[in-house]
Design a protein around this ligand. Structure first.
Ligand SMILES: [Zn+2]
Ligand SMILES: [Zn+2]
Length: 281
C-alpha cells in the first residue's frame, strides 16, 4: 500500500497509549513507507508549575514538557536504530501554541534530532484545550474568530514544517457537541492563514482522525485543501493522529484520494527538516 503516516503519539504524550515500537510494527504491517512519531509538546507548559505559578485546570494539563521532549528525542533516536531499515522513521514533535513564546519555540525546534515539526493550536490564550471547554458558557463565533486570529500568528511566524489539523475546534464543537461553528463565515480568515503558510514555505496536514470520530471528516476538508493549492501550496502530509498503535494508517487512503482530487501529485514526509516527496498519481 502506498502510504505514509506523519502524525502519531505514544504514551509519552499525556493522552497517548502504547510504544513507538508498537507504532512502527503497526505501520510496517500496513505497508506504510514512512512513519512520523510526533509527541505533544505544549509550549506554554514547557516549564514547571512553579515557573508559571499555575496548576493544571484539568487532568489532561501536564507541565514540564521539557522532560517529555528529552524522552521523545531519545525514544525516536533509538527507534530509528531498531526499525529504520524497514520503514522511514521520522523524528517529529507536535508543537502546541508556539505563538505564546516564539523565542522558546525557536529554541526548541533547533534541536538537531528533529526531522519534522507540526505546529498546532489546541488552546486559545487564557483558555483550556477545545476538548475541555464548556460550550454552554462560550460564544462559538467569538471562539472561532479568536482561533483563526491566533492561528494566523502561527502561520505568519512560519518556522515549522506543516500546520496540523487546521479547523481542530470542529472536532468538538460540531463532532462531539453537534453545534454549528459556521465555518463558512471564516473563509477570509482561513485564506489569510493559507496565504501565510505558502509565503513561508510551510506545508498543510490532512489529519484523518476526524474520519473515525463523530465529526466524520478530515481536518481540514477538501475545499480548504483546494484553497491551499490555489495559493501555490505544494507540501501536503497525511497523519492519522493515532494515539494508539492500532490507529496507525487509518484514513490515509482517503487522505491520498483527497489530495489527488485537490490536484496534488505528491505527498511528503520529512528528513532533517527537509521534505521528501512521493508521487501519488
Ligand atoms: Zn493535535
Ligand atoms: Zn496529535
Amino acid at each position: 500500500m502506498l502510504g505514509i503516516d506523519c502524525h502519531t503519539h505514544t504514551s509519552i504524550s499525556p493522552d497517548g497509549t502504547g510504544t513507538a515500537g508498537g507504532l512502527c510494527r503497526s505501520a510496517i504491517s500496513k505497508g506504510l513507507q514512512a512513519l512520523a512519531i510526533t509527541e505533544h509538546i505544549e509550549l506554554n507548559r514547557w516549564f514547571s508549575e512553579e515557573h508559571y505559578g499555575a496548576s493544571p485546570r484539568n487532568q489532561w494539563e501536564k507541565f514540564e514538557y521539557c522532560d517529555r521532549m528529552e524522552k521523545a528525542m531519545k525514544q525516536n533516536s533509538s527507534i530509528k536504530d531498531s526499525y529504520g531499515s524497514r520503514i522511514h522513521v521520522v523524528s517529529g514533535i507536535e508543537l502546541g501554541q508556539p505563538h505564546l513564546d516564539f523565542g522558546l519555540a525557536e529554541a526548541i525546534i533547533h534541536d538537531i534530532r528533529l526531522d519534522y515539526v507540526i505546529a498546532s493550536l489546541h488552546e486559545l490564550h487564557g483558555k483550556t484545550d477545545f476538548f475541555c471547554l464548556d460550550y454552554n458558557r462560550e460564544s462559538i463565533p467569538a471562539l472561532m474568530d479568536q482561533y483563526f486570529k491566533e492561528l494566523l500568528k502561527i502561520c505568519q511566524w512560519g518556522k515549522f514544517d506543516v500546520l496540523g489539523h487546521l479547523t481542530y475546534p470542529l472536532r468538538y464543537i460540531e463532532g462531539e457537541h453537534g453545534l454549528d461553528a459556521e465555518i463558512e463565515k471564516h473563509e477570509e480568515q482561513i485564506r489569510e492563514c493559507l496565504k501565510a503558510l505558502v509565503e513561508h514555505g510551510c506545508g498543510l496536514e490532512i489529519n484523518t482522525s476526524g474520519l473515525r470520530q463523530p465529526y466524520g471528516k478530515t481536518f481540514p476538508t477538501l475545499d480548504i485543501l483546494k484553497m491551499y493549492r490555489e495559493y501555490g501550496g505544494e507540501m501536503i502530509t497525511i497523519g492519522s493522529d493515532a494515539h494508539r498503535p492500532e490507529d496507525v494508517g487509518k484514513g490515509v487512503q482517503e487522505g491520498i484520494a483527497m489530495a489527488a482530487e485537490a490536484g496534488f501529485q505528491y505527498l511528503c514526509y520529512f528528513h532533517e527538516r527537509e521534505p521528501i516527496y512521493i508521487r501519488i498519481i
